[in-house]
Design a binder for this molecule. Structure first.
Ligand code: IDP
Ligand code: MG
Length: 148
């Protein structure tokens, strides 16, 4: 079963949207296997966004991610990576369609509330970056046969 890393970024926590946004993933039928509140430091932020190093928004992005608590989560399910990207919407909140997290709750490009892994390979690396193996809990969801 596929897993993906989802971060509710500091803007989501500051705006008291954690419960609202977590609900979107839960209702979709995904299974929560990891959850914690993290005050991200410079090192984890740099590693998480290493692919963007050198871009004009890189320093601002690191400042944003380290500016307050982040909720780190691992969600599991069929096509979890793609399913979560659809729930999130486009990078730019202003261009993201209604019904998506970024479309419903933001206008910003940078402060776009949520991070989701963009491939199963990156998901595995990002999960290993944010969670120790013993922080992930595998369990049988009782309605799994109905949800897919
Ligand atoms: P994604 O989060 O939709 O995968 P990426 O292109 O991977 O988007 O960018 C990572 C994060 O960097 C975005 O979620 C957003 O917070 C920030 N970001 C991306 N492009 C810009 C930009 O042009 N200006 C400011 N921030 C940006
Ligand atoms: Mg990305």
């Amino acid at each position: 079963m596929q897993q993906t890393l989802i971060l509710l970024k500091p803007d989501a926590v500051q705006r008291r949207l954690v419960g609202t946004l977590l609900d979107r993933f839960e209702r979709k039928g995904l299974r929560l296997v990891g959850l914690k509140l993290v005050s991200a430091g410079r090192e984890i932020a740099e590693r998480h966004y290493a692919v963007h190093k050198g871009k004009p928004f890189y320093e601002s992005l690191l400042t944003f991610l380290t500016s307050g608590p982040t909720v780190a989560m691992v969600w599991e399910g069929r096509e979890a990576v793609a399913a979560c990207r659809v729930l999130m919407g486009l990078t730019d909140g202003a261009k993201s369609p209604p019904g998506t997290i970024r479309g419903d709750y933001g206008l910003s490009v940078q402060n776009n509330l949520v991070h989701g892994s963009d491939s199963p390979e990156n998901a595995a690396a990002e999960i290993a970056l944010w969670f120790r193996p013993d922080e992930l809990v595998s369990f049988a969801q009782t309605d799994a046969a109905w949800v897919g």
